[in-house]
Design a protein around this ligand. Structure first.
Ligand code: GSH
Length: 196
């Protein structure tokens, strides 16, 4: 089976998909593209977003959550999506929401035509910090047990926050900070770390 992962150099969603592939031992051919000029991507994903997975040159799978679920489904390893665990799914949603807010903030800061809107940036920063404090309250659930999707998504969200925004969340989130120091040493996290 040929799996081609259209990815970007710094996408937190792409990174999450890549970490899941690495952790589950899925053999993926990663192609780092410039999504903003990737006309060819439209026929696979009309949203023209990365990550997009192309299976056997025939079928496109997106978005990142679907790609992760697909990798889990074809993996011989134990599942990282505990069945029927809606608290777990919600922790994944929280982590993805932090990535989305971080990405929106970044897009606002680099917007070309106009000056960045400070009120928009501030709202997103407040959302990120509020969400990370909430995540700290869930740290016991996140950090316990075997490797799961909430752990991978949370680690990618925290590192994306460090990378694009700030590492000042640590004093408010000591449990997460201590856990991340360890989790971030996993080979899959190290191999996928953005280096722009
Ligand atoms: N919900 C999507 C979000 C993907 C996404 O926003 N990707 C960004 C890169 S981080 C992108 O492709 N942006 C291109 C654009 O906005 O034109 C997912 O989880 O895969």
């Amino acid at each position: 089976m040929g799996l081609e992962l259209m990815n970007g150099p710094t996408s937190p969603f792409g990174r999450t998909s890549k970490v899941v592939a690495l952790e589950l031992g899925i053999d993926v051919d990663e192609r780092v593209i410039d999504v903003y000029s990737a006309d060819f991507l439209d026929k696979w994903n009309p949203l023209r977003l990365i990550p997009t997975l192309i299976v056997d040159g025939e079928q496109a799978i997106y978005d990142s959550r679907t790609i992760c679920a697909y990798f889990d489904a074809i993996s011989a390893n134990p599942t990282i999506f505990p069945s029927g665990d809606w608290a777990h799914e919600t922790r994944v949603a929280l982590a993805i929401g932090v990535m989305e807010a971080g990405l929106q903030r970044r897009m606002e800061i680099i917007r070309k035509k106009d000056e960045p809107r400070q009120d928009v940036i501030e709202k997103l920063e407040i959302r990120i910090m509020r969400s990370l404090k909430h995540m700290e309250g869930l740290a016991g659930a996140i950090t316990a047990g075997p490797l799961r999707m909430d752990q991978i998504a949370s680690a990618c969200a925290l590192e994306y926050t460090d990378y694009r925004f700030s590492n000042t969340w640590r004093p408010d989130c000591p449990e997460l900070a201590a856990w991340l120091a360890d989790f971030s040493q996993r080979p899959a996290m190290m191999e996928s770390r953005p280096s722009e």
